[in-house]
Design a protein around this ligand. Sequence first.
Ligand SMILES: Cc1cc2nc3c(=O)[nH]c(=O)nc-3n(C[C@H](O)[C@H](O)[C@H](O)COP(=O)(O)O)c2cc1C
Length: 217
Amino acid sequence: MNLSTLAISRYATKAYDPARRVPEALMEQLRVLLRHAPSSVNSQPWHFIIAASDAAKARIASATTGPYAANEPRVLNASHVVVFCTHTDLDDAHLERVLDQEERDGRFPGEEARAAQAKGRGYYVNMHRNELRDTRCWMEKQVYIALGTLLFGAAALEIDATPIEGFDPVLLDQALELEARGLRPVVMAALGYHGADDFNAGLPKSRLPEASLFTTL
Ligand SMILES: Cc1cc2nc3c(=O)[nH]c(=O)nc-3n(C[C@H](O)[C@H](O)[C@H](O)COP(=O)(O)O)c2cc1C
């Protein structure tokens, strides 16, 4: 696989073929990608809601109205839509769950290693909680890593995708009852296969020149 070809060929799909579904075996690979996305101090402050049915996509599309109406057909005609959420709080119960999972996964040879991991993670968590006071923003940064991972993975599987920030988070919260579940929506990704009416499919990619983006020391 040539990564440059993949990077240049993937693009934000603007219109989907509603008749084409992403096979479940490929969706399973994307779920593996999302679950294994890296996050700062392995905090995994996320939850991914995947809409596969027309009814589920219609619930999500209720948040793509008004200024976001261009995204509505993308949500409705895509095969699947992933809603990326953060937890509303990065609380101690979540951190304990992560630590317990790391123990179950065999990452601690002994109690000392577990304590050291808790201490190291706690340093960063407390810094964001108490000094920087940007825990929400910090969690959102982790979610965007998962988004990027998904987009590139989808391209590798020849699945078209659209990252979507254009939605009303209050309406989406209502439609999916997110707050009641301790979740906050951040961004979405539509997945599927582009339709013949996708104006973006034939357009060349545009990026700032390499010389303005990289400094090699
Ligand atoms: C975080 C994020 C949010 C985006 N939101 C939308 C959106 O709401 N609707 C849409 O059609 N495209 C959206 N895009 C697509 C961008 O416009 C697109 O990625 C950018 O123009 C670069 O083009 P390319 O992805 O085709 O290479 C979004 C992209 C990102 C990364």
